[in-house]
Design a protein around this ligand. Structure first.
Ligand code: MG
Length: 178
């Protein structure tokens, strides 16, 4: 049962996700969480590293769509527009429809896309439930939506250590990395 809360991969930040790892897993598109995954909660600020990473995946032909539970379309579109990617707001993760809507937006099958997010109970649980590859990142910032704090407490019980990752990412020297 707890396996559904285990991500396939974990990395230290979004810009640390190697494009080659995505390509070697047959990934052609990403469904990305917004708050505390791409930018700090309720902010539209983006670092240069994040912007560069999105340019890099685009050059490699990987499409991207934000799927956010955030209820404010302006907040979600402000970031999506800067990154020149698609978005779904008020997505209702971890419900299946959130991910199916994202896949439809990207025109990809679930085997061709991965979920990227900072939460076990919305991003990882939802992605695993429909059988997509899941990538967990640490939250950018400690500030978050009040409801998220409850889920963080539950994450502490379940645990989100690197050893709970299904497939540890391997670097060229063969060592697992986070
Ligand atoms: Mg988040």
């Amino acid at each position: 049962m707890i396996g559904i809360l285990r991500p396939d991969f974990q990395y230290g930040s979004i810009q640390d996700i190697p494009v080659e790892d995505l390509l070697s897993n047959g990934i052609k598109g990403l469904l990305l969480d917004l708050d505390n995954t791409i930018s700090p909660w309720n902010e539209t600020s983006l670092t240069g590293e994040v912007i560069d990473w999105f340019k890099k995946i685009k050059i490699q032909g990987i499409k991207a769509c934000i799927i956010s539970n955030n209820r404010h379309p302006d907040r979600v579109s402000a970031v999506a527009d800067v990154l020149d990617i698609l978005y779904v707001y008020q997505a209702a993760k971890p419900r299946k429809k959130a991910f199916l809507k994202g896949l439809k937006t990207l025109e990809l099958k679930k085997s061709e896309a991965a979920v990227v997010g900072d939460q076990l109970f919305t991003d990882v649980l939802g992605g695993n439930r429909i059988g997509m590859m899941t990538i967990l990142l640490p939250p950018i910032d400690e500030r978050e939506f009040a409801g998220t704090k409850v889920l963080r407490f539950m994450e502490k019980i379940v645990g989100r250590k690197v050893k709970y990752t299904r497939k540890l990412a391997k670097s060229s020297d063969g060592l697992a990395r986070l």
